[in-house]
Each structure stands twice: as structure tokens, then as C-alpha cells.
Design a protein around this ligand. Structure first.
Ligand SMILES: Cc1cc2nc3c(=O)[nH]c(=O)nc-3n(C[C@H](O)[C@H](O)[C@H](O)COP(=O)(O)OP(=O)(O)OC[C@H]3O[C@@H](n4cnc5c(N)ncnc54)[C@H](O)[C@@H]3O)c2cc1C
Length: 376
């Protein structure tokens, strides 16, 4: 493999996707510049993208991140589905064989810090508080106006511009990408609760309340995330121990959107800049890291023109599955919720169906990376 030191690459955004892209490029001999509007990585109290899946762990092995993530993350051994507290289905994650378990939990800021520290070993530091203010000059010769925290500006003309600048991407908006899709008119509410002692964190649970749903996902040894479609969800929680505090509370609405092409000329999009969907299935960050790894490989192979056609099928698969799963967990029709309660216990009798669910959670429903021998 030949490095491309002559190619100047500007990555807009130092979230998990921009960081993973920089690391995958740097380990192949390239020196990208990485700028971010934010002042630093995701704060420690905002757990955000908690689920790190098996596909991400396979992709990040070579750059050294996987071993560090596994050292800190909590393995999820079981998924439990309940209805008003009564267990309908338990899926043991060991049912899906592979080098890694399907899903681990690690707060987003910790994943980002692992990537930042690895980049530092290659003497690359994200330039924080450096925002892409505007892109002009066209998609074949983009000229990027950067605005620094002290109010000064700078124009750069990279050979390759990557927009990894999140759901409200300036790169996407300024470079003529369309972002069709829809929003669902249902707010989601979230609260991370920290307890005074360690609690059981090796399983995740979804509890249908009819109406609404309440999910419980481990964050740390003493912290659980509760996420619900019901505004009053905090009154329903059965706490496993005495509450110490609530490190993070948030509410958000969900959209399902993706760009029609992930490349226009010399401009590429990755992560939330290219696709957004509901957090059900924990795919957002993982899918974005997958984009980053494919793009780095293609750039190193001088095949970046193929990026969009290779990635779009994966994006469409994940958005379709996430949309279907979101509709399933947010059903409100009493006949359909009754049917769901009857059908779910039967699922455990069909190992192929539970394995299919685990394959989706593990991220193995998209094409395997061809540059990693034996990757599934
Ligand atoms: C409650 C919640 C739970 C989630 N759970 C999961 C989960 O379990 N697993 C999962 O995989 N995903 C999950 N996600 C989704 C995940 O958080 C996102 O998909 C992920 O953060 C996307 O990463 P990104 O790097 O593309 O964008 P971001 O993380 O949004 O990072 C964008 C970067 O771009 C920078 N930026 C923005 N504008 C500019 C600009 N103009 N110029 C320069 N830089 C700019 C920002 O400063 C930041 O550095 C969850 C999301 C939410 C809200």
C-alpha cells in the first residue's frame, strides 16, 4: 500500500467519526488536518453514543483502539424485553459467535478520548474551536473558510474535504448535497441515574408500558441510562439502589434522513453529516465509524471515487432496519401491542430469528471490510 503524503486532507469535525477517519489515515502514512467547532470532546457526563458494536471493534483493531475500548467498556451479555415488568424474551448475546460480543457500553466521550490519545502518538491534535464557516469554489476545488476562536479567519484549499461535522453539517449544506427524509413527531426523553453503589450492568432492557416504552441501558458500574417515549418516565423507574445524582438529562426528536450521494467531486461526507436515525439499535456512531474506515481505506488505495457507491447500500440497510425497529417499539394501537406481547415469547424458539437480531445489533448486517482478513 502506497501512502499519499502529497494529498492534503481537511476533516471538518472531531467527533468519533472525524477522529476515527484521522486515525485510519495517519496509520497509513497520511497527515490529515482535523478541525472542530467544539471546544473539546463530548463531556464526561453526557454518555450519548453508548453502544460500541462488534463491527466497530473489528474495524478499530489495527489502529490500536479496540484493545483500549475493551479494557474500559462493559460487555452486554443479555437483552431483555418485558411488558409492564413481565419478561417476554431474553436473548443471550453469546448466541452469536464471533471474535467480539455484539455490543459493549462505553460513554461517547471515553471512546473519543481513546482516539484522541492514539492520534497524539502520531503527533496529530484536533484543532478545537476552529469552525468551517463556509465552503466555496465548487465541489472540484473546495475553498474552506475557517473561523478561529479569537475571531481570525483562514482559507484553505484541500485536495480532499471531508464533512464529519455532524447532523447540522455546514459542509453538506454548502456543497449542494440533498438530505431528504422525515421526522417522527414523538419526543424521546432520557436520564442517566448514578447510584450510591455498583449495580448490575451486564444487561440491557426494553419495557413496553403500553402506551410508551422505557429502556434501561448500562453506562458505568454505578450508572444506568433510562430512555423513554413517556414524559413521566422517571416516576415509573424501579431504582436498583439509592440514587446519588442524575449526571445527564436530555430530550430529543428523531429524524430518518440520509444524503443521496456521500461524495460530490472532492467533497465527502461521513457519520451524522450523511445520515441520521433513531438511537434504537445503537447504530449512529458505529455506522459513522464504519464510513470513516471505508473512506480512509479507499483514499489510501486511490479509489475514493467509489466511496458513495460502496457505502450507500449499508446506509440504506441500517436506516430501513432502524425505522422498522423504531415503529415496532413505539406501537400504540392496542390490537398491535397485544399481538406483540403474544408473539415475542415465541421468538426464542427460533434461534435463526434471535441470531438475525444479534447480527443487526453487532453491525454485521452491512458488507464486511475487505481489507481485514477474516472479518465477518
Ligand atoms: C441520546 C443518544 C444516544 C445515542 N446512542 C448511540 C449509541 O448507543 N451508539 C451509537 O453508535 N450512536 C448513538 N448515538 C448517535 C451518536 O451520538 C452519533 O451518531 C455520533 O455522535 C455521530 O458522530 P459524528 O462524529 O458524525 O458527529 P458528532 O458526534 O455530532 O460530531 C460532530 C463534530 O463536528 C464538529 N462540528 C460541527 N459543526 C462544525 C463546523 N461548522 N466546523 C467544524 N466542525 C464542526 C463538532 O464540534 C464535533 O466535533 C446516540 C445519540 C444520542 C443523541
Amino acid at each position: 500500500m502506497e501512502a499519499r503524503p502529497e494529498t492534503s486532507i481537511l476533516i471538518a469535525g472531531a467527533g468519533p467519526v472525524g477522529l476515527a477517519l484521522a486515525l485510519e489515515l495517519v496509520r497509513r502514512g497520511m497527515r490529515p488536518r482535523l478541525v472542530a467547532k467544539a471546544a473539546g470532546p463530548t463531556p464526561a457526563n453526557e454518555s450519548r453514543a453508548l453502544g460500541v458494536n462488534a463491527r466497530t471493534l473489528t474495524l478499530l483493531e489495527e489502529c490500536g483502539a479496540t484493545a483500549l475500548i475493551l479494557h474500559k467498556a462493559r460487555r452486554i451479555n443479555r437483552f431483555r424485553v418485558a411488558s409492564r415488568g413481565k419478561t417476554l424474551l431474553t436473548v443471550d448475546t453469546a448466541r452469536l459467535r464471533g471474535r467480539y460480543s455484539p455490543l459493549y457500553a462505553l460513554p461517547q466521550g471515553e471512546t473519543e478520548n481513546i482516539l484522541i490519545n492514539l492520534l497524539a502518538q502520531h503527533h496529530i491534535t484536533p484543532e478545537w474551536q476552529t469552525a468551517v464557516a463556509h465552503v466555496e469554489g465548487g465541489i472540484d476545488k473546495p475553498q474552506v473558510l475557517l473561523r478561529h476562536a479569537d475571531g481570525t479567519s483562514e482559507t484553505v484549499s484541500p485536495n480532499i474535504l471531508v464533512g464529519a461535522d455532524g447532523a447540522h453539517s455546514v459542509v453538506r449544506e454548502n456543497c449542494g448535497f440533498t438530505f431528504p427524509g422525515s421526522s417522527i413527531d414523538m419526543p424521546f426523553h432520557l436520564a442517566d441515574y448514578r447510584y450510591t453503589r455498583p449495580i448490575e450492568t451486564n444487561y440491557a432492557e426494553g419495557n413496553f408500558l403500553n402506551p410508551g416504552v422505557l429502556a434501561r441501558i448500562p453506562v458505568r458500574e454505578d450508572t444506568i441510562r433510562y430512555i423513554s417515549t413517556r414524559e413521566d418516565f422517571e416516576t415509573i423507574i424501579e431504582h436498583p439502589a439509592e440514587v446519588r445524582d442524575k449526571p445527564w438529562v436530555s430530550s430529543f426528536r428523531i429524524s430518518f434522513r440520509h444524503v443521496e450521494s456521500m461524495r460530490r467531486g472532492r467533497v465527502f461526507l461521513a457519520g451524522d453529516a450523511a445520515h441520521v436515525h433513531s438511537p434504537i439499535g445503537a447504530r449512529g456512531m458505529n455506522l459513522g465509524i464504519e464510513d470513516a474506515c471505508w473512506l480512509a481505506w479507499l483514499i489510501s488505495e486511490r479509489r475514493e471515487e467509489e466511496y458513495s457507491e460502496l457505502r450507500m447500500p449499508a446506509i440504506e440497510t441500517v436506516i430501513k432496519a432502524t425505522r422498522r425497529n423504531t415503529a415496532f417499539v413505539t406501537l400504540s394501537n392496542p390490537v398491535l401491542t397485544g399481538l406483540r406481547r403474544l408473539l415475542l415469547p415465541w421468538l426464542s424458539l427460533f434461534p435463526a430469528s434471535t441470531r438475525a437480531v444479534l447480527r443487526t445489533i453487532s453491525g454485521r448486517d452491512t458488507p464486511a471490510p475487505p481489507w481485514i482478513p477474516g472479518a465477518k
